[in-house]
Write a protein that binds this ligand. Sequence first.
Ligand SMILES: [Zn+2]
Ligand SMILES: [Zn+2]
Length: 175
Amino acid sequence: MPHEAPKQVQHTQPTVEQFLDFMTRNKMNITAQRRRIAEAFFNYPGHHTLEEFYQHMQTLDPTIGQTTVYRTLKLLCAAGLATEIHFTDTVAHYEIVNAGSHHDHLTCVNCGKIVEVFDREIEQLQKSIAQRYDFTLLGHYHVLYGLCRECRTAQKEEDGELEEQMHSKLATQIK
Ligand SMILES: [Zn+2]
Ligand SMILES: [Zn+2]
């Protein structure tokens, strides 16, 4: 079997035009604020909570209220240009959806660090599971959570210290 060269995937950033298109198609009002929020969101990659993104928005335009930011993020999700991710906490994070680029997430339950991961086998496996149960797959939601190396090391040190304290306490009690 010939070795398959990795395909060059085109990562296409969503554009404000796509959002405006979606709004027009659904007969929704395109306000200057919504347009500005969409623009800011597309220019601010990462995983942000509403609060975080709102704080960022405040630095660009302090006249925009949090409700408007929230509603626009929801509209961006409905348009398929943003996605809402729930990690271990109840707060949703918002992220840009780049066409042709899919990834899942590994997250640390202690410090909240987020690592983007992609595994061809898992992707394939999800497709075959859907097929096996006769589902047309529209998407999936996959978050792996655990402890990152830094938090694991810190926890071990803390446990070690606790143990040491207990040992010396016992030692003084015995004396
Ligand atoms: Zn961590
Ligand atoms: Zn991500």
